[in-house]
Design a protein around this ligand. Structure first.
Ligand code: NAD
Ligand code: TDX
Length: 360
């Protein structure tokens, strides 16, 4: 049975992808993850006993460990999710982003090149390197238009610059060394197991606890939201049927301003746990979740709008998102309500305080 080496598989999207891959493909899944603040074995608890699942703790920027894992597991595919992923943290500590996102991807590409050189022709034909990237590499949009695969890269944060650099390395290793690679560029994901530093879980948990909902700037910044399972399905399609050397944009055409999204979270929470029955609000005389909203200092370099044109993956690979934002958001809010132990476990060193003002 072929193996897929999934880096960053203990994080939000990676762990959802591991579940998706084990359910939908006849493969072994080997996860390589450093278990940073964002990576947790709890995210993989339900697949831990699957004989097709194997976990290795390690750093993608450590060439010796990566080489060892590749030699031992002889992967048919390497899917790279491992990254420092939070824009606000990249403003406070950009070095970690360059190290993991750029140097780490370089180390993986070198390992793939060495692996390919050891394979026979059939093995080389079958191998794929899929690099999971983001729409943030394209920069910021005005009021209209959408990112296409041919949109020039104009990253604005240390996070997106490090992801853009990694994308360029992946492209160069295909052009120069023939590494059979693909890149996916996806919009904002949401769903279960997302670390509570990101907008949707942060707002959900703050609201449940009756804490303020910090909206950066005027709340008019637009993001294009996609349920994580739909992203995972797109990645698997690209891996199994995508054209080598191509990029595929993935997004669900769910543009919302941050203010609209926070209001939708409040509405979903009101349906699942009415504010009137929530002691955290009742004790403070707060009537509704929306009353917790506060406008706070903007994020430095805050991209105004993202929107994805996913025409290529739709027409070439038949990808379609299976979740609309309203049902996906309700399911996500319920998941956070029902998984408070998980929330407490992953936030042992984090209090949801403001990050990312160092550049301001
Ligand atoms: P995440 O922060 O939840 O998870 C990242 C995972 O990578 C964690 O398990 C962490 O332990 C691991 N990791 C970090 N540094 C590592 C290293 N040096 N070696 C090995 N493992 C390491 O991130 P996520 O939101 O799941 O994002 C996964 C990928 O998808 C990232 O590459 C990100 O750029 C990309 N992406 C994310 C989104 C989104 O909305 N979250 C959208 C598009 C693309
Ligand atoms: O407390 C907050 N208040 C707020 O207004 C937080 C955490 C965020 N925001 C705003 C900033 C953004 O406009 O909400 C929007 C979403 O913020 P994040 O959840 O931090 O996501 P974003 O910066 O858009 O990046 C995300 O999508 C693309 C992921 O974190 C990246 O990994 C991915 O590449």
């Amino acid at each position: 049975m072929p193996a897929w080496l999934v880096t960053g598989g203990a994080g939000f999207i990676g762990s959802n992808f591991v579940r998706h891959a084990l359910a939908h493909s006849d493969v072994r899944v080997v996860v390589l993850d450093k278990l940073t603040y964002a990576g947790h074995l709890e995210n993989l608890a339900d697949v831990a006993d699957d004989p097709r699942f194997h976990f290795v703790r390690g750093d993608i920027a450590d060439a010796a460990s990566v080489d060892l894992i590749v030699r031992e597991h002889q992967p048919r595919a390497l899917v790279n999710f491992a990254a420092e992923s939070h824009v606000d943290r990249s403003i406070d500590d950009p070095g970690a982003f360059v190290q993991t996102n750029l140097v780490g991807t370089f180390v993986l590409l070198e390992a793939a090149r060495a692996h390919l050189a050891r394979l026979d022709e059939a093995g080389r034909d079958a191998f794929r390197f899929l690099h999971v990237s983001t729409d943030e590499v394209y920069g910021s949009l005005g009021a209209s238009g959408a990112f296409h695969e041919s949109t020039p890269y104009e990253p604005n944060s240390p996070y997106s610059a490090s992801k853009a650099g990694a994308d360029h390395l992946v492209r160069a290793y295909h052009a120069t060394y023939g590494v059979p690679s693909l890149i996916t560029n996806c919009s904002n994901n949401y769903g279960p197991y997302q670390y509570p530093e990101k907008l949707i879980p942060l707002m959900t948990l703050n609201a449940i606890e009756g804490r303020e909902l910090p909206i950066y700037g005027d709340g008019g910044n637009v993001r294009d939201w996609l349920y994580v399972e739909d992203h995972c399905a797109g990645i698997r399609l690209a891996l199994e049927r995508g054209r080598i050397g191509e990029k595929y944009n993935i997004g669900g055409k769910n543009e919302r301003t941050n203010l609209e999204l926070v209001d939708a979270i409040c509405a979903a929470l009101e349906a699942a746990m009415p504010a009137a029955e929530n002691p955290a609000l009742r004790e403070r005389g707060i009537a509704g979740y929306r009353d917790l909203r506060r406008f706070v200092d903007d994020r430095p370099g805050h991209d105004r709008r993202y929107a994805i044109d996913a025409g290529r993956i739709r027409s070439e690979l038949g990808w379609r998102p299976g979740h609309d934002l309203e049902t996906g958001l309700s399911a996500t809010v319920r998941w956070y309500l029902e998984n408070r132990d998980w929330c407490a476990a992953v936030q042992s060193d984090y209090d949801r305080g403001r990050l990312g003002l160092a550049g301001g």
